[in-house]
Write a protein that binds this ligand. Sequence first.
Ligand code: PR8
Length: 468
Amino acid sequence: MKKFNEWFHNILEEAEIIDSRYPIKGMSVWLPRGFQIRKNMLNALEDLLNEEHEEVLFPMLIPQSELAKEAIHVKGFEEEVYWVTKGGLRDLNEQLALRPTSETSMYPMFSLWVRSHMDLPIKVYQTVNTFRYETKHTRPLIRVREITTFNETHTVHATPEEAEEEVQKGIEIYKTLFDELGIPYTISKRPEWDKFPGSKYTMAFDMIMPDGKTLQIGTVHNLGTTFAKTFDITYEDENSEHQYAHQVCYGLSDRVIAALIAAHGDEKGLQLPPIVAPEQVIIIPIIFKENQDVVLNFTDKLESILKDAGIRTKQDKRDLRPGKKYYEWENRGVPIRIEVGPRDIENGNIVLNRRDTGDKEFIEYNEDTIVSIIKDTLDDITQKMQEKSTQWQKDKTYHVDKLENVGKTINKKGGIVTFNWCGNTECGKQIEEEFNIDILGTQPAEVEGNCLHCDNKANHKVLVSKTY
Ligand code: PR8
């Protein structure tokens, strides 16, 4: 796909995902179809989170004094905070921040909640809107100023080991979600200068977009005891001694929806993984005046059988040419289209079309087997979409062993380039500047030889790319 940006903007409009004409930069309106996709994505995510975490809801406004408490954190966000300074005509005694993220809204309350080790762990999440006055170029769903779908998980633990386990838990949850959505990803540990402000370290998921740049689609942060010290989150251990709690937080956003659109879309338009598709099956009755009743009796029955089995199904009875309907539903990304005409009914067939492969198949119609055929096909579509996008990310990841090939490869092919690196901040920043790229992070690997850039001993495999 050559002009990804143009394609992306068009598809958001054509497939009725969002309307980005709202008169504030970086803020858009979710349209009914987009909202449904968003809801289905959140359901899948919350199903995973609910196994061990509980949903909460904190206020959107944060007193300036709380936001300012954690110095490194506030430094990281100070340029991005929106402030509420007035209540009606009166100036407020204290300015209130629109949350850019919720550490400083939640943690003063955690401090009240945690008394003894019996109160731990706390594992909560919320799905809210957050506000960031982004100064980089804004793009719908990708870099917005009102993040409308901010799903953030916050946990508090007694020991560093439990916090480490939670980091792995967060990574597993995001892996499962992205696999279900067929979103490809690479996980790395962000460099020191790009970790979440106030964290010990950040693990990040990056997807290679169709234009070769990478998009950060989720992050898991080990906060250590930094925030516990600032907000006084302590517990009394078995020996009645006060200990600082260990914390973890992780989050993702509207970007996940951008990622799934980008990962699967094609010239025909949107292609939705079954788990988020508002309609998993669209039935198109092929109607001629003389046999309208026969066809509609059949398709109505089929629709109710599929719906009863929990398959999201819709029938398109509009008085339009079938070709026009096919085009429209393909554009909207519905995974399976079923066509039924009078001749098919006579022959005991229905026609099943797959959006992912474009395959068209005549299947023998039987009320007892149709549900399992459709369910199996939906599962197969999910798997094939996932395999295809994972392969794409793999094919666009290159290992180089000459410095000159770092820039050359990225400029020519895009994607992610990996090479041996010393791990030194100074050296890393020079690499970023020299090649006009970003260091995504490092991955654990047995590394032999020297740093490609400074020739000191290498001890990291580093990943670099052009980023969104
Ligand atoms: C945290 N605190 O905040 P994070 N537009 C769209 N998506 C965005 C934007 C934006 N302007 N900025 C960030 N994201 C932690 C973890 C609570 C939860 C997305 O972490 O600042 C990115 O995908 O890394 C990012 O990975 C995620 O939100 C979490 O934001």
